[in-house]
Ligand binder design. Structure first.
Ligand SMILES: Cc1ncc(COP(=O)(O)O)c(C=O)c1O
Length: 434
């Protein structure tokens, strides 16, 4: 028995499913999850000392590569002064100032500890601000696991849907979520302009917020059309609903100013996470000052956190944001990814596969399909079985892709030309094998 298998068996005795977050369990691709021992730059090593090129980067945060020396030093320095105070620090002000500088739609920001907390709090705030209950979300978008958002959510939940949990319209996509709560969540197909217009026509004055992954990364990578983006902004403004860009994944990942800087859109509220914590548990939500002013202690919308603005997380996050702000950072990342995906497509086609890709900044999607998808239905229609075989072939050749066809991939700035050549050499063999 392999050491990974031994650890997985052991983990399942004391931890449900052997993992602390479902997608780590490899349920959607089969096989034994790798237990990681350490990581450096673009690589990680499992407990059997097998080396992998890491293409998930902790599901987004590790844009600088693993254990960047400046981030490690910043965290060590902060740790020497204790791990948490429960009282404010100057570093939290610096962090807020940096976020406000990089994302101009954010006039004020509150730090929290996870993306789930950020979206959950942003929704409560939007409801408190508007005095309305109804929210709009889109099929295949995942916004964390707050109750009212677990309706047709992406990735991890889609894997479980395959195993039989009902994803019928407006049924909760998780057990334990009251139908009573879900009735306040209107789920629309991603990128469907007519459905969006119809929803606002019928329910506009009741809609507190529209929340969207502006570049979806939880049903693989799927981009919105310019017309759809424009309509989301116009309709929410027209009806006084709060437009929430959930940039937990895309923030400081697709561009320095996030997806909103690419879209040329000023959302009312933005949720951030992942990169902004540099791998430490930190996230945020922020936006218009008049809306943020409704938050306690100023307003009557309650939100709090013992570890919010944690000094170690702030040290890691601020150092990370300073490094990604360096000129040319995103151009380099994107140029390398363009090269990788162009070459991969050539190799896939040469081996006779339908294959398409998409990428933006340091985030990418690969699809065993003729064209890149525009909706959850398109992703589902791609050759998922072939993806599973490809995933395992790549893993055998030392490349750790996201273990699900419903997940985007993430490269770091340490995935340089040499690493990319290694990936291409693995892909060439993998495409032949599947
Ligand atoms: C777009 C988006 N929003 C929210 C979340 C939830 O973040 P967390 O896992 O930190 O709670 C995620 C996590 O993958 C995400 O991708």
């Amino acid at each position: 028995m392999t050491t990974n298998q031994e650890l997985f068996d052991r983990a399942q005795i004391t931890t449900p499913g052997g993992v602390n977050s479902p997608v780590r369990a490899f349920r959607s691709v089969g096989g034994v999850p790798r237990f990681i021992k350490r990581a450096q730059g673009a690589y990680f090593w499992d407990v059997e000392d097998k080396k992998y090129i890491d293409c998930i980067g902790s599901w987004g945060p590790m844009i600088l590569g693993h254990a960047h020396p400046d981030v490690v030093k910043a965290v060590q320095r902060a740790a020497e002064n204790s791990f948490s105070y429960g009282a404010p620090t100057e570093a939290e002000i610096l962090m807020a100032e940096k976020i406000v500088e990089l994302v101009p739609s954010i006039e004020q920001v509150r730090l929290v500890s996870s993306g789930t907390e950020a979206t959950m709090s942003a929704l409560r705030l939007a409801r408190g601000f508007t005095g309305r209950d109804l929210i709009i979300k889109f099929e295949g978008c995942y916004h964390g696991h707050a109750d009212s958002l677990l309706v047709k959510a992406g990735s991890g939940l889609l894997t479980f849907a395959e195993e039989g949990i009902d994803l019928a319209t407006n049924a909760p996509s998780s057990g334990g979520v009251p139908q009573d709560l879900v009735k306040h969540t209107l789920v629309l197909p991603f990128n469907d302009l007519a459905a969006l217009q119809a929803a606002f026509k019928q329910f506009g004055p009741q809609i507190a917020a529209l929340i969207v992954e502006p570049i979806a990364g939880n049903m693989n990578l799927v981009q919105l059309s310019p017309e759809f983006i424009k309509a989301m902004r116009e309709l929410t403004s027209q009806y006084g609903s709060v437009l929430i860009y959930d940039e937990v994944m895309t923030g400081f990942r697709v561009a320095l100013g996030g997806a909103q800087s690419i879209h040329g859109i000023r959302p009312d509220l933005t949720c951030l996470g992942k990169v902004m914590g540099g791998g430490m548990p930190m996230a945020a939500f922020g936006g218009r000052k008049d809306i943020m002013g409704k938050l306690a202690p100023l307003g009557n919308v309650y939100q709090a956190g013992t570890l919010s603005g944690n000094p170690l997380a702030v040290a890691a996050g601020l150092t990370t944001l300073n490094l990604v702000s360096q000129p040319g950072f995103f151009k380099t990342l994107s140029t390398r990814l363009t090269h990788l995906l162009t070459e991969m497509t050539t190799l896939a086609h040469a081996a006779g596969h339908d294959f398409a890709t998409d990428h933006i900044g340091g985030m990418f999607g690969i699809y065993f399909a003729k064209q890149k998808p525009r909706s959850l239905a398109d992703v589902t229609a791609s050759d998922i079985e072939k993806f599973k075989r490809f995933f395992h072939a790549m893993l055998d050749h030392g490349v750790y892709l996201a273990p699900s066809a419903y997940e985007a991939g993430f490269l770091s700035i340490t995935h340089d030309e040499r690493v990319i050549e290694e990936m291409l050499s693995a892909a060439k063999k993998a495409f032949k094998k599947i």
